[in-house]
Write a protein that binds this ligand. Structure first.
Ligand code: DGL
Length: 274
């Protein structure tokens, strides 16, 4: 398998990156995806930047070894801590989820008051703040870490009343700030869009990185002549570092039964140089 026929590599700490897979499959139906969910080490959002960099490097090395043509870092926490490193180290194009979301938010805001929610690691990194100020002069940025949302989503508690309560608790402080855009700065959060939209109310537009990331991937593949042409329908491959069955059940809920078999792989200490 060479060139355009190679898969697009996508990784996240768990099921969250599947929200990006959904957008990629919709926008690029000719492409096959090789997904890795680091379910043995989820969550990334409460780990140190050094650990997240190590995990990201191992995930990338694993996907590179399987011959991916482009890497999507479908995790905001990994993008915040490891994107620059991966882009420098890898010989293929690397797409993160933060910059495309920031650009979408910059286009959407009218009053330049923007809220962003994410994991503690993403929010503490200050990356959203930095990039939003670069793209939106005079932006007022309000950031809120939501540490409990990732475990609730991994558990599949998408519409559960406990999740609704926790979501409301986190978003309450953002409600009176007159923001017109809220960035879902964690790829697990689009699963909670109905709950989040409900708490924030009508005038607030939600930014999900999925579609902007897919558009960016298309642009890069086109520019490099790596876009795969139509049929036959490609097979997607899903790999995880632990608990394959729960991943499939929770994951299929929102990627429309795209996941058939889930392969259990070991990336701990994985090194491409080997
Ligand atoms: N989906 C992730 C993110 O976008 C990872 C969350 C986590 O593992 O804490 O940040």
């Amino acid at each position: 398998v060479t060139g355009a026929d190679r898969p697009i590599g996508v990784f996240d700490s768990g099921v969250g990156g599947l929200t990006v897979v959904r957008a990629l499959v919709d926008a690029l139906p000719g492409e096959s995806i090789l997904y890795f969910g680091d379910t043995a080490r989820v969550p990334y959002g409460t780990k140190s930047p050094a650990s997240v960099c190590r995990y990201s490097r191992e995930a990338a090395a694993f996907l590179m070894d399987r011959g991916v043509k482009l890497l999507v870092v479908a995790c905001n926490t990994a993008t915040a801590h490891a994107f620059a490193m991966l882009r420098e180290e890898l010989p293929i194009p690397v797409v993160g989820v933060i910059e495309p979301a920031v650009r979408a938010a910059a286009r959407m805001t009218r009053n330049r008051r923007i809220a962003v929610i994410g994991t503690p690691g993403t929010i503490a990194s200050g990356v959203y703040d930095l990039l939003l100020r670069r793209h939106v002069p005079d932006a007022r940025v309000y950031a809120q870490a939501c540490p409990l949302l990732v475990p609730l989503v991994e558990e599949g508690w998408i519409g559960h009343r406990a999740t609704a309560m926790v979501t409301a608790e986190y978003l309450q402080p953002l409600r009176d700030l007159d923001v017109d855009v809220l960035i879902l700065g964690c790829t697990h959060y689009p699963l909670l869009t109905p709950l989040i939209a409900d708490v924030m109310g009508q005038p607030v537009q939600l930014v999900d990185s999925g579609a902007p990331v897919a558009a960016e991937v298309r642009r890069i593949l086109e520019a490099r002549d790596l876009l795969r042409a139509g049929a036959p329908r490609p097979a997607h491959v899903f790999t995880v570092s632990d608990l394959p069955l729960r991943f499939r059940d929770v994951g299929n809920g929102f990627v429309g039964d795209l996941i058939d078999a889930v392969e259990h792989v070991h990336v701990d200490g994985y090194d491409r140089a080997a």
